[in-house]
Design a protein around this ligand. Structure first.
Ligand code: ADP
Ligand code: MG
Length: 815
């Protein structure tokens, strides 16, 4: 008889629906039994170390990691207990196996993912090729490397971490370690810097091998589209952004321009375009020579109408500082793309920042895909399982908690207007706080946090507000959020990765807090993504603790207004103002449905953006391959000997073959970089102006493809021409030639930043013609259609994704 337990049924149901979630851990459990057959308890330290050495040798001799997994995992388990005093639970070992399999592991907050990651990290580091563990922030990289470090070092492996501002030599050393903890951002910046090196000795990275991404949903989805940028000094002229900013201030919505429902996009009307053209006096803005003006106009429109002061950014000490949508905090090191930053500065009449040129860029998504093997862990993977599959070919594996979760997730309290919500919040906090039960409040922005804190203070409740810019300090505060009587207010993701113990860090009042019901988590808003809401709820109920979570929503909330969720609700609620909550389960359901629709739309948007960035990524890859061959001396440089033969011979006879070769390489690398930077600038102009150019009905993505591909075709030719020109013009003085003198030098300074696209506005028009709306329907409750679509999709994945066909990657699914 076939045995069907609950997880098996869930697994089958999801397979039918095509949702890539692995529930059935039977195979891992079988492996766990093998792990348990190793008797290591009685062994001496030295004997354990000897096993590690032998395992390493065996990997060196070609034994497969899969074969060695049981013994290696048994060894890590024993070592963890002896070195850091934690004996990994079975579920942690299971998670470790799933990650080695390349799964994205879902494991609740507080279940010990940090330790679970050590299993696959150790096993894969035995190859000597380096394992990267990407953490949520620098503080966690430091913490985790120090916390888990003793396990690795005991077993003879080296471990290190990367921090912002670390000098190049130390980075190189850290990446040379067997296991390196770092944020993906830092590793990505290093990757970009490496791409500008003139000498292999200056490279800090080794070849990528295996990466484990912590808080994977944040990085792989929320942050994935964020381009990392390296920019350098250059003498590029600036176009007058201030004039444009002035001009657009006079335009009126409805007459001169229109926006779409979500206020993501903005379009000039014919009338508006005429007005603008008349003022600028440049003739038709659609003429190719006006591309730059069109771009600037577009950016100015954006800055003026789609990006809002004190929501999307704040102005502080004369600078525009971007507010992160997810953490609600000002993010350092972050710019809007290209000219948009300048346009916002112009809108605010600030000094325009230095406009260096972009020398290289890569999105976090593409960066992470550079790892031949990728896996991850997070507390909330399921809601985005499809997306992980689509973008990263990652299957989600759901690991059950060590002890069942008994947290109560209460239905939302829905109020008609904002003031009523604030009052209800305060009343609830006062009520719960009176007994001493700890409360963690998650807000949507720093501003909201501060307002709430002020209101609470008035009501006589003192609280901690997380507005520190410092991750370590935040972690310190969040770690105390479970103390008796604590009220902690934080934006929705601040302090992620920090453990909240009941009764304080040393759990002295644990029993009292347990009796009061554990941590009470309050969300003051529904977020665009259900996943983020779940992340907040997960702060309570850690490791089988009691806990409660509840959201407060008002019909005036940003989310409800911006996406027109009101339209889903019965008419009687429009414009209604009452002090007491709306008790209507239909309303709660519709709000959640609205949220799901938004999630679906955002997924569609990400898919479209992915298409744009993928084209650029292919081009980057082609260029980089060439550059790399030249850098590592693997490429023949026939261009110069063939097309500038006299010059070639002259330099050879005067300076010798070695110097000639050196000069050839430097000149070639220089121009590849230079032309690539110019290409990037051109592409961003194309991207910014595309929707205006393509009003003719062509889908913007096609237009973009056409223009960017054409530009890339010219690039080759441009590079060759530039190399030849420089080569012919080199001045030989005495018995050498000065490359710097001939302008062949890298940028005198470079800096790195992230581009913030937290408003999709920066992609105005790019999304035209993409099939947004379809998933919105599918995201509803169309069960049978879901199943059918899922089956079709599954076939497609199978076909497209070679990994999925590899038996070792997919055994549990094909069973
Ligand atoms: P997560 O990243 O899953 O939220 P952490 O790795 O931060 O969780 O660990 C949460 C807490 O669980 C930490 O206080 C850690 O010491 C504890 N912990 C982890 N693994 C074990 C274990 N095997 N036994 C006891 N405590 C553990
Ligand atoms: Mg963690």
């Amino acid at each position: 008889m076939i045995h069907l337990d609950r997880s098996r049924i869930k697994h089958l149901w999801n397979r039918l629906r095509g949702i890539p979630i692995e529930w059935d851990l039977g195979e891992y459990r079988a492996l766990l039994e093998r792990i348990n057959t190793f008797e290591l308890r009685e062994l001496t330290e030295q004997e354990l170390k000897d096993i590690s050495r032998r395992l390493r040798d065996e990997v060196g001799q070609g034994m497969s990691l899969d074969e060695l997994l049981p013994e290696a995992y048994a060894l890590v388990r024993e070592t963890a207990e002896r070195t850091i005093g934690l004996r990994p639970y079975d579920v942690q070992v299971l998670a470790g196996m799933a990650m080695h399999r390349g799964r994205l592991v879902e494991m609740s907050t507080g279940e010990g993912k940090t330790l679970a990651a050590v299993f696959p990290a150790y096993l894969n580091a035995l190859t000597g090729k380096g394992v990267h563990i990407h953490t949520f922030n620098d503080y966690l990289a430091r913490r985790d490397a120090a916390w888990m470090g003793p396990i690795y070092t005991f077993l003879g492996l080296s471990v290190d971490c990367i921090q912002q501002g670390l000098p190049a030599e130390e980075r190189k050393k850290a990446y040379a370690a067997d296991v390196t903890y770092a944020t993906a951002k830092e590793a990505g910046f290093d990757f970009l810097r490496d791409k500008l090196c003139f000498d292999t000795a200056d490279l800090v990275h080794r070849d990528f091998h295996f990466a484990i991404v912590d808080e994977a949903d944040s990085l792989l989805i929320d942050e994935a589209r964020v381009p990392l940028v390296i920019a350098g000094t250059s003498g590029k002229p600036k176009v007058d952004a201030s004039q444009m900013a002035e001009l657009v201030k006079g335009l009126r919505e409805g007459a001169d321009f229109e926006t779409d429902d979500g206020k993501h996009n903005l379009y000039l009307t014919d009338w508006g375009l005429e007005q603008v053209e008349a003022i600028l006096g440049l003739g038709s803005l659609h003429d190719p020579e006006n591309l730059e003006a069109l771009t600037k106009l577009n950016q100015a429109l954006h800055a003026e109408f789609l990006i809002h002061r004190d929501i999307d950014y704040i102005v502080r000490s004369g600078k525009v500082e971007i507010v992160d949508e997810f953490t609600g905090r000002v993010v350092e090191d972050r710019h809007w793309p290209d000219g948009l930053q300048t346009a916002v500065e112009a809108k605010e009449k600030l000094a325009l920042g230095s406009g260096g040129s972009v020398l290289g860029s890569i999105t976090l998504q593409h960066f992470l895909k550079l790892y031949p093997r990728l896996c991850g862990m997070t507390a909330t993977a399921r809601p985005s399982a499809e997306e992980f599959k689509e973008f990263y070919s990652l299957t989600v594996a759901v690991i059950p908690p060590n002890r069942p979760c008994i947290r109560r997730d209460e239905p939302d309290v829905v109020l008609t207007h904002k003031e009523a919500k604030t009052e209800a919040l305060i009343a609830e906090i006062e009520r719960v706080h009176a007994a001493g039960r700890p409360i963690l409040v998650g807000t949507a922005s720093v501003e909201e946090s501060e307002e709430l804190a002020a209101a609470l203070k008035k009501a006589g409740v003192s609280c901690q507000v997380l507005n520190a810019k410092n991750d370590e300090l935040e972690a310190w505060i969040v770690a105390r959020a479970g103390e008796l009587g604590a009220v902690t207010i934080s934006t929705n993701m601040a302090g992620r990765g920090t453990d909240i113990k009941l009764g304080g860090e040393d759990e002295q009042d644990r029993d009292k807090v347990v009796e009061l019901g554990g941590l009470y988590v309050i969300g003051t808003n529904r977020h665009e993504s259900l996943r983020i809401d779940r992340q907040l709820r997960g702060r309570a109920g850690r490791q089988g603790d009691p806990g409660t979570s509840r959201f407060f929503v008002s019909l005036e909330d940003y989310l409800i207004e911006r996406y027109g969720i009101m339209n889903l609700l019965p008419k009687q609620y429009r414009g209604l103002k009452q002090e007491v909550p709306i008790i209507d389960a239909f309303v709660n359901r519709e709000i959640e449905r609205g949220q799901r629709i938004i999630e679906g739309q955002n997924f569609e948007i990400r898919k479209t953006l992915w298409k744009y960035s993928s084209l650029m990524e292919k081009q980057r890859d082609l260029i980089q391959r060439r550059r790399r061959e030249i850098l590592s001396d693997g490429a023949s440089l026939e261009l110069l000997s063939q097309n500038a033969s006299e010059r070639h011979a002259e330099i050879k006879s005067k300076l010798g073959k070695t110097r000639l070769h050196e000069v050839e390489r430097r000149v070639t690398l220089f121009h590849i970089d230079n032309c690539w930077a110019e290409h990037l600038a051109r592409v961003s102009d194309i991207r910014e102006s595309i929707h205006l150019v393509s009003v003719g009905g062509n889908a913007p993505i096609n237009e973009f493809h056409k223009l960017v591909s054409a530009a890339f075709l010219e690039l080759d030719h441009k590079i060759e021409e530039a190399i030849l020109n420089t080569f012919e013009g080199l001045k030989i003085s005495g018995n050498d030639l000065d490359l710097d003198d001939s302008g062949i030098r890298g940028p005198s300074s470079t800096w790195t930043y992230l581009i913030s696209d937290n408003t999709f506005g920066s992609w105005v028009g790019l999304l035209q013609g993409s099939n947004i709306g379809f998933t919105a329907v599918a995201a509803g409750y169309l069960g049978p259609l879901y199943v059918l679509l899922g089956l079709l999709r599954r076939r497609r994945w199978r076909k497209d994704n070679p990994l999925e066909q590899a038996p070792s990657q997919d055994r549990s699914e094909t069973r």
